[in-house]
Design a binder for this molecule. Structure first.
Ligand code: PMP
Length: 390
């Protein structure tokens, strides 16, 4: 029996444009080997180019020498080390919260946060473009989900009126993982506050990229500390490790530690992952030039795109390059790979059928030549299309 999925896989493989599950060997900042050839990587989450940073690698190696390769337990039982707690204090300080709970992935962190603040019967108001881990977190928590139009605070306000009298949670992202745009957080926070709803923000792609809430200038979104109940995040994007966290108040953190299934039933993050994450947070603070370089690189890439940058926010390293259909997006990725760069096509059902794109992620270590190569490859493919996309 051949399902639709199998038919599509067979077609893309037959056309030589199947781009997924490729075994990449890292060969330098924003570089990888595939089938013996070195490529520029144009879709890595390593926004600050911290993978391979000597201090971070040293910290990870020393952690293995001290504590071994694993903790041998889940966090609640024998998996917590002093280093887990120190990492949690550091993240809480960054977000200006009383406490923080770490997990072995950002996906788990979203599930843990919703388990604590959601629960059966909760009404969860979720932005239409929220990540799959947010959706799964709401489903697993037994919440009733209400989607509101992407980044539309007035629509959220309207939808929240439907939930009057029930416990309500609002879930958004700081930087959207597929579109790279930023949430209008002050408006969202205001709508949530007016309805007495709890606000959770997934900051997976904001950490290290946007100014944190404790930045002396008030953080990127200039929110009041009490506006956001949980800042959820990942330690596998700008922070080059594995893991996730929920930065929150002390009571919510305590609840998470006793109700969140991934904290209780899945192995703790390894000592090397914890040490790498803690060291990376120090490096991020000590080397602010990385964030500045990233911003310069985003601007240079956008300026070199013939199709124009539209309303893309200057701070965001995720640049979606849209095509009219999945096949064209897959063909674009194959075309660009032939020119020496790996970029990820995102097609349906991951994004809607009319929203296929390449998701280009700019990194701090991209050189002017790298950015020119990437932009020129996109431009050259656009010139092959009957009607070049805007
Ligand atoms: N939230 C968002 C917005 C993400 O993009 C991702 C991962 N791509 C996650 C959560 C999950 O993070 P992790 O990879 O650490 O599980």
């Amino acid at each position: 029996m051949s399902t639709l999925l199998e038919t599509r896989l067979a077609e893309t493989r037959a056309r030589g444009v199947y781009p997924y599950n490729q075994p990449l060997t890292r060969s330098g900042p924003a570089r990888a080997l595939l089938d013996g050839r070195e490529y520029l990587v144009g879709s890595s989450y390593d926004y600050l180019s911290l993978i391979g940073h000597p201090a971070i690698e040293r910290a990870a190696a020393e952690a293995i020498a001290r504590g071994g390769t694993a903790t041998g337990g889940v966090r609640l039982l024998t998996g917590t080390t002093p280093e887990h707690l120190a990492l949690e204090r550091r993240i809480a300080a960054l977000y200006g919260t009383e406490d923080c709970v770490t997990f072995s992935s950002g996906y788990f962190a979203n599930i843990g946060a919703m388990a604590a603040v959601g629960g059966r019967g909760t009404a969860a108001f979720v932005d239409a473009l929220c990540h799959r881990s947010v959706i799964d977190a709401c489903t697993l928590a037994g919440a009733r989900m209400h989607r509101f139009r992407h980044n539309d605070a007035p629509h959220l306000r309207e939808r929240l009126a439907d939930a009057a009298g029930r416990r309500a949670v609002v879930f958004v992202e700081s930087v959207y993982s597929m579109d790279g745009d930023l949430a209008p957080l002050p408006g969202i926070a205001c709508a949530a506050h007016a309805a007495g709803a709890t606000l959770l923000v997934d900051d997976a792609h904001g950490l290290g990229v946007l100014a944190p809430p404790t930045d002396p200038a008030g953080g990127h979104f200039r929110l009041d500390g009490a506006d956001v109940r949980c800042w959820v995040g990942s330690l596998s994007k700008a922070v080059p490790s594995n893991g996730g966290f929920v930065a929150t108040d002390a009571a919510t953190a305590d609840r998470i530690r006793h109700v969140a299934a991934p904290y209780i039933f899945s192995a703790a993050a390894t000592p090397s992952a914890v040490a790498a994450a803690a060291c990376a947070l120090e490096v991020m603070e000590a080397e602010p030039w990385r964030r500045q370089a990233l911003r310069r690189n985003v601007a240079a890439f956008l300026a070199a795109l013939d199709r124009g940058a539209g309303a893309h926010p200057a701070e965001s390293p995720i640049v979606p390059v849209h095509y009219p259909d999945d096949d064209t997006a897959l063909a674009a990725a194959a075309f660009i790979r032939d020119r020496g760069a790996l970029v990820t096509p995102i097609v349906s059902p991951a994004v809607g059928p009319r929203r296929p794109r390449l998701r280009i992620c700019i990194n701090a270590a991209h050189t002017p030549d790298d950015l020119a190569l990437l932009a020129e490859a996109v431009n050259a493919f656009d010139r092959t299309l009957p009607v070049p996309p805007e």
